[in-house]
Ligand binder design. Structure first.
Ligand SMILES: [Zn+2]
Length: 240
């Protein structure tokens, strides 16, 4: 079931009260239109009835697509710094919904699900797109690390992120975009040959250490490697 609840907010432009339905959970098997809305960047859009200003609620919902094997805790962009705490919350919620603490029938569904945690709309959209393209999201994060090391300048800063947003139909290359997470404003695009994905895919030993650091929890995103100490993997000494 997909669940919505009413929220009252103020228009960011004219401060008129606006009522809308905020989503708490999305079931993409029963509501494929909601998945389409996320992919089309229009889910949870609202318009102010007084001045017409359009704006978008930040994501805060659980996403289930049993058919495609995805379960995502989609969080607002401004919670990024709390990623370790929210990873624990997502793991707990998944555990009682589809994991070891869930009823047997739900556990059957859970076996086929990959658990992820995302912040902001571009990140959750990217996870859906990667599944549609049948790409491993861990490898795509490795591609981003490679891109960062390869380009002379990158607009890397807090609140700015790199996302795979499209495939170039003509060349088959992947289109990445630097964008502002909260506003979804695009800063610049870059085309990356699909061979990079293949090269990383075919060298699992060379990337094993990075994979280990990306897979410490459901927040599979290269940004975690730049934020604080992160979660320690088993073979690392506890620092400080
Ligand atoms: Zn307004």
């Amino acid at each position: 079931m997909s669940l919505f609840h009413p929220v009252n907010l103020l228009c960011p432009q004219c401060e008129a009260p606006v009522s809308m339905s905020a989503v708490g959970s999305v079931n993409a098997d029963r509501r494929p239109d909601l998945r389409d809305d996320i992919l089309e960047n229009r889910f949870q859009d609202a318009a102010c009835p007084a001045c017409g200003e359009s704006f978008r609620l930040q994501p805060q919902f659980n996403y289930l697509d049993a058919g495609r094997g995805q379960w995502i805790a989609a969080m607002p962009a401004n919670r990024l710094r709390d990623h370790l705490e929210l990873e624990d919350e997502a793991n707990d919620l998944f555990s009682t919904s589809y994991g070891s603490q869930a009823p047997a029938a739900a556990q059957e569904v859970g076996k086929g699900l990959t658990v992820r945690l995302t912040f902001g709309w571009p990140a959750v959209r990217e996870k859906l797109l990667l599944r549609q393209l049948e790409l491993d999201d861990v490898i795509v994060e490795m591609m981003k690390l490679h891109i960062l090391r390869s380009v002379e300048t990158a607009p890397l800063a807090e609140g700015i992120e790199l996302r795979l947003v499209d495939v170039d139909e003509e060349t088959g290359s992947y289109v990445f975009a630097w964008l502002e997470t909260a506003s979804e404003k695009y800063i610049e695009y870059l085309n990356v040959p699909s061979e990079l994905y293949v090269v990383i895919h075919d060298n699992p030993e060379g990337w094993a250490a990075i994979r280990g650091r990306l897979e410490t929890g459901p927040f599979v995103d290269m940004q975690k490697l730049y934020m604080g100490e992160g979660r320690h993997t088993g073979d690392e000494r506890q620092a400080g």
